[in-house]
Design a protein. Structure first.
Length: 282
């Protein structure tokens, strides 16, 4: 089997980016959203990303046109019936994903591989909710997808070698650098990154310095492209809080416990850039 047609479930920030790089790599790509307004918004984001790349010299008009020619949007799940790979990038909620896989099973072909872009949920648990646990894997992209080179490839306990090789090769074909990550909360990147971000919040709570000084210390002193609070606002405080809770539940180590300030900011709706207010105002 070869992967020729790719389905992407969800046309949000991550889904639209995944659909863009898939179509740019030459795959016939169908992105599905639950209603027309969300689909239009997601496709608009994708087209703007392409136009910006052309304007900044990162892509040619020919690449833009080729990408759009390989891409189609839909609100019908049945439109994904002939896809060789269906990559799910919906809300980070176990029950919602399980319901989605159940609906997919009713329309997908037997050979179709399912993959999830989850950043924290157990791939083996997600695979167990399907009738094809041997043809299921994790493909964790990073935001913004068109520019970030890394993809974490996660195999469930049930993933076959053939499935693993196919999804690893697919990730590489998108002009990405795939790495193999374990099926443990946080995989590789978030397992290392989240404790650092949580520790920065604790340090700020304890008066280590101002937000600006801590961020400047890490960018100018360590060469990081973003300080921890700028990065938290970019990723989303709710996303970080969600991942931290899953990691703490798994490992029960204090390093993964969300600080009180992070919890209160999420409860107050200060989620970062997407809400206009996080540690900084936007």
């Amino acid at each position: 089997m070869t992967i020729q047609t790719v389905g992407v479930l969800g046309c949000g920030l991550m889904g639209s980016g995944i659909a863009q790089v898939s179509a740019a790599a030459g795959y016939q790509t169908i992105v599905r959203e639950v209603d027309d307004s969300l689909l239009e918004k997601g496709l608009g984001r994708l087209k703007k990303s392409l136009e910006d790349s052309v304007a900044k010299g990162r892509a040619t008009a020919e690449v833009r046109d080729k990408t759009l020619a390989n891409l189609s949007g839909t609100t019908k799940l049945e439109a994904l019936a002939d896809c060789d790979l269906i990559l799910e990038a919906i809300v980070e909620n176990l029950e919602a994903k399980q319901r989605t896989y159940a609906a997919l099973e009713a329309i997908a072909r037997n050979h179709t591989i399912f993959a999830s872009n989850t950043s924290s949920l157990c791939i083996t648990e997600l695979a167990a909710a399907t009738k094809r646990p041997d043809r299921f894997a994790g493909l964790h992209f990073f935001n913004p997808v068109p520019r970030m080179k890394l993809v974490e490839v996660i195999r469930a306990l049930t993933t076959t070698d053939e499935t693993y090789q196919m999804v690893f090769g697919f990730a590489a074909s998108l002009d990405k650098e795939p790495i193999t990550a374990p099926d443990r909360p946080g995989f590789i990147v978030n397992r290392l990154l989240v404790p650092y971000l949580l520790d920065a919040v604790r340090a700020y709570e304890n008066g280590l310095g101002t937000l600006e000084d801590i961020d400047k210390g890490m960018t100018l002193g360590c060469g990081y492209p973003m300080g921890p609070f700028t990065l938290l606002d970019f990723v989303g405080l709710d996303t970080t809080y969600f991942i931290a809770n899953i990691m703490f539940e798994e490992f029960r180590e204090p390093a993964y416990a969300p600080p009180p300030l992070l919890k209160r900011m999420v409860l107050a709706g200060r989620l970062g850039r997407k809400s206009g207010h996080g540690f900084y105002k936007y």
